[in-house]
Design a protein around this ligand. Structure first.
Ligand code: SF4
Length: 146
């Protein structure tokens, strides 16, 4: 078990039943997870309380819930979020893309190694990169201020 998960389990703020549920889900995850009704049985809780526990763990980003069909019934398979299956949302803004001079440059298709104009000696591109990098550094410094 990695330090991250030990820290989570040691967290004082975590409800003891949530912690127990998380431990069970974490252990079962190496074998494909656990069906939520089985988890409820192991915890000794009813479906109402069990659902609340599962939702709290999902909200904390500790587990995932996948709809499955089991013995002819729709249910959920629960798995712990680990580094291997953790979903990370990365938001990339393309707003600045159109300010890159090459996209609107008449020389785009002739620019290059065999041309007299190359990205290495292009003043438009150099100016853009200097401005852009200055903006990034400025934003970074603003973000770092306490
Ligand atoms: S590097 Fe300069 S010349 Fe080449 S395509 Fe970009 S803006 Fe145009």
């Amino acid at each position: 078990m990695t330090k991250k998960y030990i820290d989570i389990l040691d967290e004082e703020s975590m409800d003891p039943l949530d912690r127990k549920a998380y431990e069970i889900i974490l252990k079962s995850s190496s074998n494909g997870g656990i069906i939520q009704s089985m988890l409820w049985k192991m915890l000794g809780v009813d479906s109402r309380e069990g659902s609340k526990i599962v939702l709290r763990l999902i909200k904390r980003g500790l587990i995932t819930r996948k709809k499955i069909s089991y013995e002819g019934k729709q249910t959920y398979m629960l798995n712990a979020v680990t580094n291997n299956n953790q979903k990370i949302n990365i938001y990339v803004s393309l707003d600045n893309m159109w300010s890159i001079p090459c996209f609107t440059c008449d020389l785009l298709f002739t620019c290059g190694k065999s041309s007299t104009v190359t990205p290495l000696n292009c003043s438009k591109l150099s100016e853009f990169l200097l401005t852009y990098s200055a903006d990034i550094i400025k934003s970074y410094n603003i973000l770092r201020k306490p």
